[in-house]
Ligand binder design. Structure first.
Ligand code: PLP
Length: 404
């Protein structure tokens, strides 16, 4: 048993008490987005009732409260990922925007090379393919039959490599990559590393100093926080060598029509009115996760995943695509033989069980590596239980009966 009192913490999530299609909700779509605890939901109401003003501009008392809420949130997030300073935290909309920011703002020149991987979400492929017409070469590091990365690529990185980017955890197979090894090999070659932490930061202790990455991108909504707030960590000293991303209010020191002087980072990358509500809510989500303990969360999810994988492997109508790598998280892609993934998701939904189906925004990986046209995907979080997995397994079995 792990150190999590799941029964107690479930009380914090009002949506988990809802019925869906007349059945108790089982929410297994956590890789897409997570549910929110009362502490975050009520906190956002508190923000608007007590702290709301445009931050970092006006000097009146309420504006100072809003500014403090924004800066405090940065401090919490910096601490959560063990960054040196809140100035290394850029608030964005989500992981997608964080990765795009790097692709727009790093000073690439024709002939530079970026290495991403075959197991990425589209948001860590398309920003790099977009650079190809500008003379940037893009490599897609391959995966093997266990859905592990081909690490030999990083041992013989090309001389023109400028940036290596990879997901910490695949949102399809749940494979957890050895990011520390990749960072070490890439730094030896003098290039930078961007980690897509969308599926890792919510589920395990991610320490940017230990990993030594240059960039880390993640989304608030996948870690109990609100939608519309994301994070880009940029290691100290790197942001100063980047171009602005969006231009407009608050990212400048002075604007004369013939001479614009930009602000220093992080303001340089946060043009326009900031999402203080989102930052505040994400800060509360981080408080919640920290109180429970990321090690406890990881241990609980590991237990659930191993339990589910064992049960699913005993079903002869189900093919599982996860759990083959040495290290994997709480994401299980699967197929019910003979059924389209959307039909599987529909039939589970009739039982109140929410799973994702389709390409999971990773079409190259699913088509070329899994040789599928989509999968069904169950993904767990801290509030999921063994009993829910039992009901899920029963539903999969019933599905089989309906077919025969
Ligand atoms: C690995 C990975 N990267 C990036 C994203 C994109 O996240 P967002 O839609 O919050 O930008 C996701 C979303 O599922 C993901 O799983």
């Amino acid at each position: 048993m792990n150190g999590l009192d799941v029964g107690k913490l479930r009380e914090d999530f009002p949506i988990l008490k809802k019925k869906i299609n007349g059945k108790e909700l089982i929410y297994f779509d956590n890789a897409a987005t997570t549910q929110k605890p009362t502490q975050v939901i009520d906190g956002i109401k508190y923000f608007y009732e007590n702290l709301n003003a445009n931050p970092l501009r006006s000097i009146h008392t309420l504006a100072e409260k809003s500014t403090k809420a924004y800066i405090d949130a940065k401090e919490k997030i910096a601490k959560f990922i063990n960054a040196d300073s809140p100035d290394e935290i850029i608030f964005t909309k989500n992981t997608t925007e964080s990765i795009n920011l790097v692709s727009f703002s790093l000073r690439f020149k024709p002939g530079d090379r970026v290495a991403t991987t075959m197991m990425e979400h589209h948001s860590n492929i398309l920003p790099w393919l977009r650079l190809k017409p500008y003379g940037i070469n893009v490599d897609l590091v391959d995966t093997d039959e266990n859905l592990e990365l081909d690490y030999s690529y990083y041992e013989r990185l090309p001389d023109d490599i400028k940036l290596v980017t990879l997901t910490h955890e695949s949102n399809v197979s749940g494979t957890i990559n050895d990011v520390e090894k990749v960072v070490k090999l890439t730094h030896e070659k003098g290039a930078l590393v961007l980690i897509d932490g969308a599926q890792s930061v919510p589920h395990m202790k991610v320490d940017v100093k230990k990993i030594d990455c240059d960039f880390l991108a993640f989304s608030g909504h996948k870690m109990l926080g609100p939608m519309g707030i994301g994070v880009l960590y940029i290691k100290g000293g790197i942001a100063e060598k980047m171009n602005p991303f969006l231009t407009g209010g608050e990212m400048i020191k002075s604007v004369r029509l013939d001479n614009v002087i930009y602000a220093d980072p992080p303001a340089l990358f946060e043009a326009g009115t900031q999402n203080v509500e989102g930052a505040y809510g994400l800060g509360l989500a981080v408080d919640y996760l920290s109180k429970i303990g990321m090690d406890n969360i990881e241990a609980h999810e590991k237990e659930l995943t191993e339990y589910a994988l064992k049960k699913m492997s005993s079903l002869d109508n189900v093919e599982v695509y996860s759990g083959k790598s040495r290290n994997f998280g709480a994401i299980i892609s699967f197929e019910v033989k003979g059924l389209h993934p959307h039909d599987v998701a529909y039939l589970l939904d009739r039982e109140g069980i929410a799973v994702r189906s389709g390409f999971h925004c990773a079409q190259p990986f699913i088509e070329q590596k899994l040789k599928q046209h989509g999968t069904a995907r169950a993904s767990f979080y801290l509030y999921n239980t063994h009993e829910e997995i039992d009901r899920f397994i029963e539903a999969l079995k019933t599905m089989n009966k309906k077919r025969s």
